[in-house]
Write a protein that binds this ligand. Structure first.
Ligand code: HEM
Length: 457
């Protein structure tokens, strides 16, 4: 039977905006608002959206509902086969006006808000530098960066770890991966944080903007080779095992055309890499800490795996599954929004017109008990391995996250280094293993790190 679609009633649309759209805006379109995050986590308010959407499916008996989101006619796609169809289709782009309005404030021309030929060029460039779907060229160097940062950070911090500790660790690893070993720029991080906060309320800070990108441009220039192919003298002091160097080399080889807008791509990496590391290291440790059995097994895995001393982390399946399971439970990009680039029929039956939008609620889907069964609200890294339902934490299809391989590698390297040294206890916020809330207040996190001897006594 071909799938159909139905219009959402005005009343349901109002409830949808109260429970889904407004919280998304209050939590922060770009940078999370710590007060709102705290409230949402304390009262598990995001669960209201999960329940409401499950109710919509029952009420309409249909996985495709039309609504206005926020000012454009939008198809809410709840049906699993249709989510896959949208994400694999070439008839839409991930640059709807709202996303563009927020992100273009501080990462103009980034791949994540691109479409058409510009998207194709930028995607190719991103995949080349970020080693998409292939072993990382600088795996050993990146691993050393993560291990070195943990070694320096952890001993002096044994005891209580709070959010600023994770921020500091992530700043160091992300900047060394981007700029080269030993190079960290707290000033650029502060600039970027101000830009992201301003983007939340769709405000533009031109001064911050220009200074940040001028600086990236200058750094790229230092990494570029002379036009004749002769190394300029300064390259001797320029680190080669970093993303900036790889980006500059592609520019130099003519493999990054002007429409790639290299500084914008680099600016986006600066933002997401630090953000991903601080958030997902902290959250994954919190979940591991409250599951004693998984904690023991994953610590055994990281200390005994032959990969612990090698460049690759392919042999750490439980740690990999823990990170992915954390991402499922607290999906960092909960709404996936697309713009139809031309008229087409979704699964040959639902007519979509150009410029209409398609909305997928990845965060809600990942908590759907109809899909994930009793493990929907549990941290169950074993259950979801193998023949598990699909998860869309990195989106899917040709516009999936271009940095997912580098992100997973660095998360694994950092977590493996931490877990090999310490056992962790979650001091706060309190979490119940039998019902993981739909949001976690990472700003309030406090973990106790116990070195091996202390843990044994
Ligand atoms: C665990 C961390 C991460 C998660 C969960 C994640 C998730 C996502 C998701 C869901 C999208 C699709 C967004 C949309 O369609 O609206 C996306 C896009 C993207 N991500 Fe990530 N991301 C992560 C880390 C990173 C990192 C570290 C980088 C780069 C260093 C990166 C680079 C990108 C790029 C360039 C795109 C745009 C892809 C395109 O439109 O073709 N991401 N990411």
């Amino acid at each position: 039977m071909s799938p159909g679609s139905r219009p959402m009633s005005w009343w349901d649309m109002a409830r949808f905006h109260a429970l889904v759209t407004l919280p998304a805006a209050l939590l922060g379109l770009v940078a999370p608002n710590r007060f709102v995050v705290g409230w949402f986590a304390r009262w598990d308010l995001a669960r209201l959206a999960v329940r409401f959407v499950a109710g919509l499916q029952r009420k309409y008996g249909c996985g495709h509902l039309w609504l206005w989101f926020p000012f454009a006619r939008t198809l809410l796609v709840l049906d699993r086969a249709s989510i896959d169809a949208v994400l694999t289709s070439r008839d839409n782009a991930a640059d709807p006006w709202l996303k563009k309005a927020a992100l273009s404030r501080f990462v103009p021309d980034a791949l994540v808000i691109s479409s058409g030929d510009a998207w194709t060029e930028r995607r190719r460039f991103n995949e080349q530098v970020l080693d998409f779907a292939r072993p990382l060229a600088d795996a050993q160097k990146f691993k050393d960066i993560a291990l070195g940062a943990v070694a320096q950070w952890a001993p002096e911090r044994e005891g209580r770890l709070r959010w600023p500790d994770f921020q500091r660790l992530a700043l160091r690893i992300s900047h060394e991966v981007l700029l080269g070993p030993g190079l960290v720029s707290p000033e650029m991080a502060a600039q970027l944080a101000r830009m992201a906060t301003a983007a939340n309320v769709l405000l533009q800070r031109r001064r911050d903007f220009a200074a940040f990108y001028d600086r990236i441009e200058r750094m790229l220039g230092q990494h570029r080779m002379a036009p004749s192919g002769v190394q300029p003298t300064h390259t001797e002091s320029v680190p080669e095992a970093c993303l900036l160097h790889r980006a500059a080399r592609l520019q130099d080889d003519g493999r990054a055309t002007s429409s790639v807008c290299v500084p914008s791509q680099v600016g986006f990496w600066f933002f997401v890499l630090k953000d991903a590391l601080e958030l997902h290291v902290a959250r994954t440790l919190a979940l591991i800490a409250i599951h004693a059995d998984i904690h023991d097994r994953v610590r055994r895995e990281v200390t005994q795996s032959p990969a612990a001393g090698e460049a690759a982390f392919a042999d750490m399946p439980l740690l990999d599954a823990c990170i992915r399971e954390q991402l499922r439970l607290w999906t960092p990009v909960p709404l996936l929004l697309r713009r139809a680039t031309r008229d087409f029929a979704l699964r040959d039956s639902i007519a979509i017109k150009a410029e209409q939008q398609l909305l997928m609620l990845a965060g809600v889907f990942h908590r759907d008990a109809q899909v994930f069964g009793p493990a929907a609200d549990r941290f169950a890294p074993d259950v979801h391995r193998g023949s598990s339902p699909p998860v869309y934490v990195f989106s899917a299809g040709h516009q999936s996250c271009a940095g997912q391989f580098v992100a997973m590698f660095l998360l694994k390297a950092t977590l493996a280094a931490l877990l090999a040294r310490f056992r962790f206890e979650l001091v706060r916020p309190s979490l119940r293993p039998d019902r993981i809330p739909c949001a976690f207040d990472h700003f309030d996190i406090e973990l106790r790190a116990l070195a091996e001897e202390a843990a044994a006594s």
